[in-house]
Design a protein around this ligand. Structure first.
Ligand code: HEM
Length: 135
């Protein structure tokens, strides 16, 4: 669970940077290299995050589903990115942009899911301590 949380935050940070690099690339401030390298780093981080949530106990089902969705969306994003590079299609570039927003939204909802889970589990701990004192 702790590893999953740390990896989720690292993935979020890498995603923020990747969105920035995407903007720089669109406006011609950088060449595609840095954006491509960061894309693969992000993909590896997302796979590690997914693995951590899939094996974490107790299982947090919504987070497991979300982590898989993020990896699938990133795979699609990489395919769309290379398609844009190969044929210069503005339509595919637009889908690449919309998918980036979906990945961003999914990562943000992961943060909220884990925050809610943290609160519920700390409330449960507080309740348990009370029970122990009463005995
Ligand atoms: C690793 C493979 C990737 C390649 C080859 C790639 C390629 C590109 C290209 C060529 C552009 C410029 C499009 C244009 O304006 O004509 C772009 C922009 C962008 N990319 Fe990527 N990309 C990749 C991965 C990603 C990932 C993983 C994300 C984020 C999750 C991302 C987010 C963006 C964003 C936000 C833009 C700016 C908006 C746009 O023009 O679509 N890219 N990318």
């Amino acid at each position: 669970m702790k590893t999953g949380l740390v990896l989720l935050r690292l993935t979020g940070a890498a995603l923020g940077l990747q969105l920035l690099l995407g903007g720089f690339l669109t406006f011609g401030f950088i060449s595609a290299g840095a954006h491509i390298v960061m894309g693969f780093i992000l993909f590896i981080l997302a796979i590690a995050t997914m693995a951590a949530w899939l094996v974490s106990k107790p299982a947090l089902r919504p987070m497991q589903v979300l982590a898989v969705v993020i990896v699938v969306l990133l795979l699609l994003q990489i395919i769309l990115g290379f398609a844009t590079l190969n044929n210069g299609s503005q339509a595919i570039a637009f889908v690449h942009f919309v998918n980036a927003l979906a990945i961003f939204g999914a990562t943000i909802s992961g943060t909220f899911i884990t925050m809610r889970f943290d609160r519920v589990s700390s409330e449960a701990t507080t309740h348990d301590v009370g029970t122990i004192r009463e005995e």
